[in-house]
Design a protein around this ligand. Structure first.
Ligand SMILES: NC(=O)c1ccc[n+]([C@@H]2O[C@H](COP(=O)([O-])OP(=O)(O)OC[C@H]3O[C@@H](n4cnc5c(N)ncnc54)[C@H](OP(=O)(O)O)[C@@H]3O)[C@@H](O)[C@H]2O)c1
Length: 332
């Protein structure tokens, strides 16, 4: 039996593609003391992976050339030399783009697959779910009646942010690419406003027209021109949460917002979130989100790709907007 894995072969300057990865077939590694061998059933594809392909360190060190590509994954323990794990348990962790992972048990999280499907622990109940939950509730403290604008609104993080804001009694507007994604926001999720940025020549004007009292909370996943347009229409005392800037990840010289002084006039607050800071509080998010799902207040969709061989092309779907919901690879 072999382990198929994708290693980082070269660092991209623009979009990542096949040429930046190398497929390798190696014998399955055996775990040493305190380690666990995991059969990886699902690989999570996240926008952050593009940043991890760069050299240097941001909030985490870039992947080394020749190392297995870093990715969150979920799977089953098939051999354990760690006292806290036994064969058959389901776990998540940074398992990498591969079929079998050997990881120290200290870096794995046991998950309850009686409570929810395994793949959900990479999305709704995993890293991106925690990002949406704490990014909105901890960083922006939404109050009933406030206006919340979300960019990247039909994606994994964005769609959950807006749904939680609705639960909190806010007026919710989303910015997404294309009529189908916008229809999903208003018709399926019941949001108040959806703006198709690909077919809206003057986004700032459209925000003024559709959100007359201004933006109390802007949860930004996209950055660039969308962030700059949102800054023109802030309400007094607004909170801006910078979660990501996907429009900039493939740029060699990312651009910042020229309208940032609008934050001063609005007496606004700008904060960034790194989800890793909240992993110790994961159960708060998982409990609340699970309760909301059971009550029918949260909808969730996964975009599942079959087969690890599609990894290099699939990653790029996050940047073309092809993914409809949480992007995952089913490995077996
Ligand atoms: N800070 C943290 O700890 C943390 C943790 C997790 C995620 N994040 C960030 O959260 C954001 C969303 O991540 P996700 O996992 O939920 O991904 P996602 O939204 O499910 O997928 C990415 C979406 O971004 C949109 N997009 C791509 N390029 C764009 C561009 N140039 N302009 C406008 N929209 C663009 C596309 O949707 P359209 O079809 O609508 O264009 C695409 O479907 C990312 O910025 C990510 O880095 C941050």
């Amino acid at each position: 039996m072999v382990n198929i894995r994708y290693v980082l072969a070269a660092r991209p300057t623009g979009a990542a593609s096949e040429q930046h990865f190398e497929r390798a077939e190696l014998p399955i590694q055996q775990p040493n003391e305190d380690e666990v061998l995991v059969k990886v059933y699902y690989i999570s594809l996240d926008p952050a992976m593009r940043g991890w392909m760069n050299a240097g360190t941001t909030y985490v060190k870039g992947v080394e050339i020749g190392a297995v590509m870093r990715a969150f994954g979920a799977g089953e323990v098939i051999e354990s030399k760690h006292p806290g794990f036994s064969v058959g348990q389901m776990v998540t962790g940074l398992l990498g783009v591969q079929q079998y992972a050997v990881e120290n048990g200290a870096y794995l999280t046991r998950v309850d697959t009686d409570a929810a499907p395994l793949s959900w622990y990479l999305g709704l109940l995993g890293m991106p779910g925690l990002t949406a939950y704490f990014g909105l509730l901890d960083k922006a403290n939404p109050k009933s009646g406030e206006t919340v604008l979300v960019s990247g609104a039909a994606g994994m993080v964005g769609s959950l942010v807006g749904q939680i804001a609705k639960i909190k009694g806010c007026k919710v507007a989303g910015i997404a690419g294309g009529p189908d994604k916008c229809a999903y926001l208003t018709e399926e999720l019941g949001w108040d406003v959806a703006i198709d940025y690909k077919n809206t020549p003057d986004l700032a004007a459209r925000l003024r027209e559709t959100l007359p009292s201004g933006i109390d909370i802007f949860f930004d996943n996209v950055g660039g021109d969308i962030l700059n347009a949102a800054l023109t229409h802030l309400a007094r005392g607004c909170r801006i949460v910078i979660c990501g800037a996907i429009s900039q990840y493939n740029q060699s010289t990312p651009v910042g917002p020229s309208n940032y002084m609008k934050i001063v006039s609005a007496r606004g607050t700008l904060s960034g979130i790194i989800v890793f800071d909240y992993f110790g509080r994961a159960s708060e998010a998982i409990n609340d989100i699970s309760t909301w799902v059971k009550a029918g207040k949260i909808k969730y969709r996964e975009h599942m790709i079959q087969g690890i061989e599609h990894f290099p092309a699939a990653l790029n779907q996050l940047f073309t907007g092809e993914n409809q919901g949480k992007l995952l690879i089913q490995n077996f």
